[in-house]
Design a protein around this ligand. Structure first.
Ligand SMILES: [Zn+2]
Ligand SMILES: [Zn+2]
Ligand SMILES: [Zn+2]
Length: 197
């Protein structure tokens, strides 16, 4: 779940940054000045929130049990790991950019210091709000995130999907690494857990 927060914050900041740049280009009235100051303030708040969520995300990563962690890390070695069919479909179903032709998720680059924010659309995606021609308020964003958390632990489920898929396909890279870890339970045991006999 914290991986969703991290992405949301990174995307929101990016959207604010773009707004700020557009405003700066044509700023001449006092109103624009005030708006710019407000944007700067908002960005500062977001940066703080990002810091906190990133820290939580690191903690969560540290708590992943051994064998799953290896699979997790191996998959993450590919910077576009999240462009897996299941996750892309999930994004499209939520009305994210993967359902349209813009290709934002695939193109999403990590900004320096925000490398954990790469992934599929969140409520903070600027392209999504442009498409809908409206922006969610702070409260509405919170409601959506809350609903997500209530239904399922989104990120955990997504990772499990990716991981199980890697195992079902017999990802050679993962398998090789797993076989090098003595303390890890047998691969067959893992497959049993994932429902593959
Ligand atoms: Zn989007
Ligand atoms: Zn887009
Ligand atoms: Zn997407």
């Amino acid at each position: 779940m914290s991986d969703y927060y991290v992405r949301e914050l990174a995307q929101r900041e990016e959207t604010l940054e773009e707004k700020g740049q557009a405003l700066r280009k044509m700023q001449n009235t006092d109103e624009d000045e005030a708006e710019l100051r407000k944007l700067d303030e908002e960005q500062k708040t977001l940066r703080k929130a990002y810091w906190y969520q990133e820290w939580k995300f690191y903690n969560w990563q540290g708590s992943i049990p051994g064998l799953i962690k290896i699979a997790y890390e191996t998959l993450r070695e590919n910077p576009k790991w999240y462009m897996q069919k299941e996750l892309t479909r999930d994004c499209a179903a939520r009305g994210g950019c993967c359902g349209r032709g813009c290709g934002c998720c695939e193109k999403r680059e990590s900004t320096p210091g925000r490398n954990m924010g790469v992934g599929h659309c969140t409520t903070g995606c600027g392209c999504c709000s442009n498409f809908r021609e409206c922006e969610l308020t702070e409260k509405e964003m919170g409601d959506i995130t809350g609903a997500l958390r209530a239904t399922l632990n989104y990120s955990d489920r997504a990772y499990l999907l990716t991981l199980s898929r890697a195992y079902l396909l017999g990802d050679k890279k993962v398998e090789k690494k797993v076989n090098h870890v003595d303390s890890a339970p047998k691969l067959s045991k893992w497959r049993e857990i994932m429902g593959r006999k």
